[in-house]
Design a protein around this ligand. Structure first.
Ligand code: BES
Ligand code: MN
Ligand code: ZN
Length: 484
């Protein structure tokens, strides 16, 4: 869907969208008493996210009045506004929507964010729906935002359109089933990132074996799909500045392995690569907007399968760091993949900061539901920065505790550690496991996004399905902290 900005209402046929703040404004009054009476009849109160559609009003075939809420900051209102409009009009028959922001006092950024939320909400993936009825197909091709003031078009093109493209890539990868996207094809699907100036490097299983990545390879061992380690570099910052490292869990399907999961709901585990998906989506956004930052991205891509060759509960593996792990539960595989990916990035790129993203534990859904991603870090400064980026971007985070009493719970009688603790505090012991692989002096945060990568119901910027969680957060974090 195309987003553009204009000074005045265009000619031709379009659905006119007026924010509720303008219900008393001239634009509505000019339509006569009918619309105002209809709004009243429908008990429209201007709440953010609400909308009422009126037909055959003067000058436009359809008129959509949308609520923007009261006392909501323009940035937050903008987010709901664009999404509400698109949710209502996407398959409505309308091809063009014009959102008139005149007199609302939105600055260029807030107006461009209306465009962002509109574009994000329009994303869908119909590749495999060959029998979709015409009336269920999207009709909306274009959104024009009017009355936004100078600079909105530029702000859109330079900042938010890149982010939208990044989120779209993540959603596509997360949506694709595991027979289509597995380690090798994940890499092929994102190889076009190299055309944007991103350095692109790939290790296969044999190369990882030479490096001693026994934890990641132990997970991959049961699958006929060879694992991959994808390494991305964006060098938009000062030469020699230590990079930010983004590390993603990319389990392209998680059956649990020999510690197999119940059949009910297992199909959800196609999106167990949501962390890796967010990393490549963020890279796409950063490259498209030519971010002035040095960033390295690592995706640990494996399929976790049971088979005659799969790793067994009780196996001891040696990680790239040299530390040994007793694999009590083969379903706690994400932390094994992350451990070696983190060692790899520290050895080769000496990052100042590492942020890892992973659909790591079911326990985080018990703690935070689908409202927040879990943030784990021992570094208060880094926590503040990530929480602030979360607030600004809309990808919400909640800080969770870490601490020695939790670390103790993963000691093993036979190896340096085991890969699971007790059920209680399961997300925290998982984070403590990863922490054991982070070198002294490196700032590190872990984001458990198991509750956020996928949504069973539509939100203001996504339909049900893949959300692209993490891309906007990482983009904002880079903008806030790594770009001068
Ligand atoms: N990928 C799952 C976590 C998950 C669960 C993500 C539900 C999204 C929705 C992860 O690999 C896993 O299986 N974790 C186990 C850990 C346990 C064995 C300690 C879990 O959470 O049950
Ligand atoms: Mn698992
Ligand atoms: Zn998993």
């Amino acid at each position: 869907m195309q987003v553009s900005f204009a000074d005045r209402l265009p000619d031709g046929d379009f659905a006119l969208v007026l924010p509720a703040d303008r219900v008393d404004a001239d634009a509505i009054k000019a339509l006569g008493d009918g619309p105002a009476a209809t709004l009243k009849l429908q008990r429209f109160d201007g709440d953010a996210g609400s909308a009422v559609e009126l037909f055959q009003s003067a000058g436009a075939k359809r008129l959509l009045v949308v609520g923007t809420g009261k006392g909501i900051a323009p940035a937050a209102a903008a987010e709901k506004l664009g999404g509400t409009v698109v949710a209502r009009l996407l398959t409505s028959g309308a091809a063009h929507a014009v959102i008139d922001l005149t007199g609302l006092g939105y600055d260029a950024d807030a107006a461009a964010r209306v465009g962002l939320s509109a574009a994000l909400r329009s994303w869908r993936y119909d590749r495999y729906r060959t029998k979709l009825k015409d009336k269920h197909k999207p009709t909306l091709e274009k959104v024009t935002i009017v009355g936004a003031g100078a600079g909105a078009q530029q702000r859109w093109e330079q900042r938010w359109q890149p982010v939208m493209e990044g989120v779209a890539l993540t959603r596509e990868l997360v949506t694709e089933p595991a027979n289509i996207i597995y380690p090798e094809t994940f890499v092929e699907r994102v190889r076009h990132l190299a055309d944007l100036g991103i350095e692109f490097e790939v290790l296969d299983g044999a190369a990882m074996k030479k490096l001693g990545m026994g934890a990641l390879l132990g997970v991959a061992q049961g699958s006929v799909r060879d694992p991959r380690l994808l390494i991305l570099r964006w060098n938009g910052g000062q030469d020699g500045d230590a990079p930010l490292a983004l590390v993603g869990k990319g389990v392209t399907f998680d059956t649990g392995g020999i510690s197999i999961k119940p059949a009910q709901g297992m199909e959800a585990m196609k999106w167990d690569m949501g962390g890796a998906g967010a990393v490549v989506g963020a890279f796409k956004a950063l490259a498209l907007r030519k971010a002035k930052a040095n960033v390295v991205g690592i995706c640990g891509l494996v399929e976790n399968m049971p088979s005659g060759n799969a790793q067994r509960p009780g196996d001891v593996v040696t990680t790239m760091s040299g530390q040994t792990v007793e694999v009590i539960n083969t379903d706690a595989e994400g932390r094994l993949v992350l451990a070696d990916a983190i060692t790899f990035v520290q050895r080769n790129y000496k990052p100042k900061t590492i942020v890892d993203l992973a659909t790591l534990t079911g326990a985080i859904l018990i703690s935070l539901g689908h409202e927040w991603g879990g943030l784990f870090t021992p570094d208060d400064g880094l926590a503040t920065q990530l929480l602030s980026a979360a607030d600004t971007s809309g990808d919400k985070l909640w800080r969770m505790p870490l601490g020695e009493p939790f670390d103790r719970l993963i000691d093993s009688p036979i190896a340096d550690m085991k890969n699971v603790g007790p059920r209680e505090g399961g997300s925290i012991t998982a984070a403590e496991f990863i922490k054991r692989f982070v070198d002294d002096g490196v700032r590190w945060a872990h984001l458990d996004i198991a509750g956020m990568a996928w949504s069973d119901k539509a939100g203001s910027t996504y339909d049900k399905g893949a959300t692209g969680f993490g891309v906007r957060l990482l983009d904002q974090f880079v903008a806030d902290t790594a770009e001068g």
